[in-house]
Design a binder for this molecule. Structure first.
Ligand code: AMP
Length: 331
């Protein structure tokens, strides 16, 4: 059994890309591994959210993760700022992190370009906070996308550096977690490559979307005039519709429309109607649970408390041991 850790940025509602690309794997993993999932609200301060937005976004993500199937009893689902031990480890790691290596980090360079008016020290030390998130539970596996590989490498560097400095073998090396299957990319509805909330209006289907909203977005999805030659290769926008159908519809439905396409009989209107129907059926139970959980303050706070207690137990053990290794002694 591995100790697995993954962070979630509290930025808006979850969409089908988040579900099929990450969440579904997390739900499976919690039966096999010791899983920690946290909502990265300390990290989100680099962009200066208002107090109202900060709390609302954290709550929404917590509710949606619970609704989708993360089980607070099986895994440790917690809010990062509920575990201040993370900050103490962040400070210790910062003492051994070099400004030069932090400045060379690709994501820091990107951020400087994206928000030149707000290049704060939190952005520079993002990799040490991420290393603290991982090392605080001495996690061995971290599910990461391509964009996070460099940060994971830095977490290994900081953990190993600590071990060398204090001549111990305390922190294990966290490795990228491979779900054992190909990472799938969920395309958007506007013909673009990826479903995402910042990819434009109508591109993403959110788990909390009402049926009417889903129907509207799907019916507006980009298509073309249709194939003119049997077994014609599909252009990107059409591949996207098929890929979406592959994840939410029955295999028979998919093969029916494949045949219709290959024989040039396809009517995209019919296909989109079916796709919308299947997306609605798929998201319906999750949407209902989102509503029920969101209205149940006692359940939300109980889930947060269970997560906080488990996360703090693990984190405070690490901090106790790290303090001892460093040489802090109480008088
Ligand atoms: P984001 O909130 O956009 O950073 O997404 C969080 C995680 O959801 C990512 O690290 C991916 O694992 C997953 N994800 C987001 N969008 C997609 C997508 N269109 N297809 C597959 N996975 C996605």
């Amino acid at each position: 059994m591995e100790t697995v850790l993954s962070g979630i940025r509290p930025t808006g509602n979850l969409h089908l890309g988040n579900y099929f690309g990450a969440l579904r794997n997390f739900i499976d993993m919690q039966n096999e591994h010791n899983c920690f999932f946290f909502i990265a609200d300390y990290h989100s301060l680099t962009t200066h959210p208002t107090p109202h937005d900060l709390h609302g976004n954290v709550r929404q993500i917590l509710v949606e993760y619970l609704a989708a199937g993360l089980d607070p009893e099986k895994s440790t689902l917690y809010v990062q700022s509920d575990v201040p031990e993370v900050i103490e480890l962040y400070l210790f790691l910062n003492m051994n992190a070099y400004v030069g290596e932090l400045e060379r980090c690709t994501s820091f360079k990107d951020k400087i370009r994206q928000q030149p008016e707000n290049v704060n020290a939190g952005l520079l030390t993002y990799p040490t906070l991420m290393a603290a998130d991982i090392l605080i539970h001495r996690a061995t596996k971290v599910p990461v996308g391509k964009d996070q590989e460099q940060h994971l490498e830095m977490a290994r560097t900081f953990g190993n550096r600590f071990n060398r400095l204090y001549n111990c073998n305390y922190f294990p090396e966290p490795q990228a977690f491979n779900f054992g299957k190909e990472l799938i990319k969920i395309p958007g509805l506007n013909g673009s490559g990826k479903m995402g909330k910042s990819e434009g209006e109508g591109n993403a289907i959110f788990l909390a979307d009402e049926p009417e909203a889903i129907r509207k977005k799907v019916m507006k999805a980009v298509t073309d005039a249709g194939p003119t030659v049997p077994n014609q290769a599909k252009p990107e926008a059409i591949q996207n519709i098929f890929q979406l159908m592959r994840v939410v519809s029955a295999p028979e439905t998919l093969s029916y429309f494949e045949e219709q396409y290959n024989s040039c009989h396809i009517r995209y209107g019919d296909m989109k109607k079916q796709l919308a129907q299947d997306m609605i059926a798929f998201t319906e139970p999750i949407r209902e649970r989102i509503k029920a959980i969101s209205a149940d303050e006692a359940y939300v706070s109980r889930a947060a408390r269970i997560g906080r207690e488990k996360a703090r137990e693990s984190a405070s053990k690490t901090i106790r041991e790290v303090r001892e290794i460093i040489g802090f002694k109480s008088f």
